[in-house]
Design a binder for this molecule. Structure first.
Ligand SMILES: *Cc1c(COP(=O)(O)O)cnc(C)c1O
Length: 423
């Protein structure tokens, strides 16, 4: 059973002010985790994590992570704007987008972001997007550019991200050499290399192997194209133990494994020092966010259903990927009287189920129910289908106080884009 950072009484007190459902994040735990990540990679001068904004696009969380000098990994106009507003500009932004619109390239350039290209054709598209910008040519050599590598069949995939050769992202191996040569010829002097081939990966070797592939490749591109790499970005994708039997990836094991690979493939090969970057989302905030809800109805038909006041618009992962999220019933945690439930929301889709045939303490109307590991790709995936509204986000501070970091949507928000005037 999970230990929660709040008691049932504390939750009841919080719900006096903020009715369920809401997401609540544990600031102390996020800070401890950020500290651990930095420590595991302290051997690498210049190591930096760029938090994948899409995982939890909330300014308070981004600001909290900025305390640890985490940058922002952005892939849309709104995410660029969020980064800027929390004070991450220039090389504190990694712009890793795909199918990128011209205005986003322009904005990323204006912000001084590291621009990570997804395709060989995007260099020319980028140049034409920024056509006419003052100082473009004189600023260009000072800016950092990167290409996203897709290793194709060289690397096996996993369930969420799929097989690399079927993934829409990145350059082929051959295209990378052409891409860097083209940028070099255009006057670029500062380069990075990126890949992102994992998602929710719990095997440390998979991440270490990815780093090895990139170190080797950096050496090869250095030789053939005659450029040095300032950084290698191994992407995000470190998993978290959603299921009771899962084991958390040891950051220390990953850090040590990549250190050994670095010594062998960068130091020993005489390459210039390379900074290691990451752009994790899930492993940074995922385990430290909770969706808090209440049982609204108990229904007994062919199965037993516990209907919550949250639905898949608050946490879509179970419906989208069949993902498992642990459910804790505060105050009934140690109950040995259990029943098997389908835990549902109120959306008119039968896949609106947080859990299917899950053994839980006997539930009653009004019980508080906590869905664990909802701190990344949770609230962020919310939507308004079926007239459902996105819930509030709260931050549990280290001193036990609670702060609202996003208000719940209201019907006015829903109606804000509609027009009844011309009816
Ligand atoms: C989604 C995404 C991430 C973050 O992935 P996690 O699984 O949350 O670590 C990082 N980089 C890119 C390019 C992404 O699309």
């Amino acid at each position: 059973m999970r230990t929660l950072p709040f008691t049932k009484e504390k939750l009841e007190e919080i719900t006096q002010k903020w009715p369920t459902p809401f997401h609540i994040y544990d600031a102390a735990a996020i800070r401890r985790n950020a500290e651990r990540l930095k420590k595991a990679f302290a051997w690498n001068a210049g190591f930096r994590e760029y938090f994948a904004v899409k995982a939890a696009p909330n300014p308070y969380l981004m600001k909290l992570l900025k305390e640890f000098d985490f940058g922002s990994d952005c892939s849309s106009m709104a995410e660029l704007e969020l980064a800027e507003r929390v004070g991450n500009t220039g090389e504190a932004i990694m712009f890793t987008s795909n199918d990128t619109p011209a205005e986003e390239f322009r904005r990323a350039w204006e912000l001084g972001a590291i621009i990570n290209f997804d395709d060989i054709t995007h260099w020319d598209y980028f140049l034409s997007s920024c056509d006419g910008f003052e100082n473009f040519n004189s600023d260009l050599p000072g800016r950092v550019f990167c290409c996203r590598y897709n290793p194709g069949p060289l690397k096996g995939g996993n369930a969420i991200i799929g097989k690399p050769e079927e993934a829409k992202y990145g350059f082929t191996r051959e295209q990378l050499f052409d891409g860097y040569a083209k940028m070099k010829a255009a006057g670029v002097t500062r380069f990075g290399l990126h890949t992102m081939v994992a998602s929710n990966e719990l095997n440390a070797d998979y991440i270490i192997d990815t780093a090895k592939i990139l170190f080797e490749l950096a050496g090869e591109i250095h030789e053939k194209v005659g450029i040095d790499f300032e950084f290698i970005n191994i992407g995000g994708g470190i998993g978290i133990p959603y299921k009771p039997g899962d084991k958390a990836m040891s950051l220390e094991t990953v850090g040590d494994g990549i250190k050994r690979a670095y010594e062998e493939l960068v130091d020993a090969k005489g390459l210039k020092p390379i900074k290691l970057y990451m752009e994790c989302g899930r492993s940074i905030t995922g385990p430290y966010g909770y969706l808090v809800s209440r049982v609204r109805h108990i229904k007994s038909t062919y199965r037993l259903y516990a209907g919550l006041d949250a639905c898949m618009s608050n946490l879509m992962r179970p419906a989208l990927y069949g993902a498992y999220h642990e459910i804790v019933v505060p105050g009934k945690g140690n109950s040995d009287v259990t029943k098997v439930y389908d835990v549902t929301g109120s959306l008119c889709e039968n896949n609106d189920k947080f859990a299917i045939q899950r053994e839980l303490p006997v539930l009653e109307r009004g019980d508080l129910v906590v869905l664990c590991d909802a701190g990344a790709h949770g609230h962020a995936m919310g939507f308004q289908y079926n007239g459902k509204l996105r819930s509030a986000e709260l931050l549990l501070e280290e001193d036990g106080s609670v702060r609202e970091i996003r208000r719940a949507e209201t019907l006015d928000d829903y109606f804000a884009t509609l027009d009844f005037g011309g009816l």
